[in-house]
Design a protein around this ligand. Structure first.
Ligand SMILES: CC(C)(COP(=O)(O)OP(=O)(O)OC[C@H]1O[C@@H](n2cnc3c(N)ncnc32)[C@H](O)[C@@H]1OP(=O)(O)O)[C@@H](O)C(=O)NCCC(=O)NCCS
Length: 174
């Protein structure tokens, strides 16, 4: 368990499958997220069951509200290597009624602090669709800076969108 100010990060269990399946089928949540082939609930449960423990190279946590322990989303550091000190970050809040309360900002800070202080990472990177203004805002707020623009790499309903490549160095976390 990794405590933040408003949220805490915890390992996922097969019993979280229903929440993940519901979020993955919510068009508002998935609006700017990569979508994969549809999976039934039992498939999500099996995937969680077979994941095994978190590793240095793939650290996935559920985001829980601290008072009440409601699971509201996921945050992940993937591709970490001790040789490079670099990793990629993903975050999303599947419970839409919890948006706008500072939870994702706190989850981001908590995960990045863990990455820099405990995993001794040097740099965390991510990509975000340029139209995903709320996500772009919170990334900048915690210290990510734009490092480039990837042209037409995200496709949704017949339209191609650009993504920002963003990165944060250890001393830039706010
Ligand atoms: C994007 C997301 C993570 C934000 O989570 P959240 O818990 O609502 O975020 P917070 O409450 O911590 O902060 C939201 C911030 O965005 C701002 N914001 C909201 N809508 C905005 C918009 N359209 N344009 C600019 N800023 C916006 C808010 O004002 C707030 O900033 P502030 O605290 O400085 O006032 C969440 O909405 C989500 O998971 N969306 C779907 C999945 C997704 O897009 N994930 C990111 C993929 S890269």
């Amino acid at each position: 368990m990794i405590p933040g100010d408003l949220v805490q990060l915890r390992a996922l269990a097969p019993s979280d499958a229903e929440s993940l399946w519901r979020w993955n089928n919510d068009p508002d949540v998935m609006r700017w997220m990569d979508s994969y082939y549809d999976q039934h609930l039992e498939g999500v449960r099996k995937r969680l069951d077979g994941r095994g423990p978190n590793t240095y190279g793939d650290t996935l946590y559920g985001i829980e509200v601290r008072d009440g322990e409601t699971l509201i989303g996921l945050v992940r550091l993937r591709g970490a290597e001790p040789e490079t000190g670099c990793a990629e970050l993903d975050v999303y809040l599947g419970e839409k009624d919890h948006w706008g309360r500072g939870y994702a900002t706190d989850a981001l800070r908590t995960m990045c602090r863990y990455g820099f202080d405990t995993m001794r990472l040097h740099k965390i990177s991510l990509t975000v669709v340029t139209e995903n203004h709320a996500a772009h805002h919170i990334y900048q707020k915690v210290g990510f800076v734009e490092e480039g623009r990837l042209r037409q790499v995200f496709h949704r309903e017949g339209v191609w969108y650009d993504q920002y490549a963003m990165g944060m160095l250890k001393d830039e976390l706010r």
